[in-house]
Design a binder for this molecule. Sequence first.
Ligand SMILES: [Ca+2]
Ligand SMILES: [Ca+2]
Ligand SMILES: [Ca+2]
Length: 123
Amino acid sequence: MKRTIITIAATFALSSAALAGGDWKDKDTDGNGQISKAEHDASVKASWTKKDKNGDGKLSAEEAGMTPGADWTAADKDGDGSLSPDEYTAKKAAWFTKADTDGDGNLSQAEADAAKGAKKSKM
Ligand SMILES: [Ca+2]
Ligand SMILES: [Ca+2]
Ligand SMILES: [Ca+2]
């Protein structure tokens, strides 16, 4: 069991490292240097498909890249142990709103970095 978790953690570390470079540009589809809510929603939808590896229409904690815990429980509103597209989108939308500290409906790179930094406090 422990070994599975470590393997998954390593896989996620690898994939986020690979994404780090092009990730922002991929999301900022109109290239204005900010991620709008619409751009964010589109990227959430795209990442949903990628994350749902077994294609069952739900994300397990592992697929969502989350550790079961307070965050996970809050996101899993119906408590069935997995995230439906609605639950996942709601979680991401909540993150966007929180990260958009000046409330202009767009995420600047600084706002995104601050939000990520606050969550991981690493680097
Ligand atoms: Ca944009
Ligand atoms: Ca659920
Ligand atoms: Ca903003």
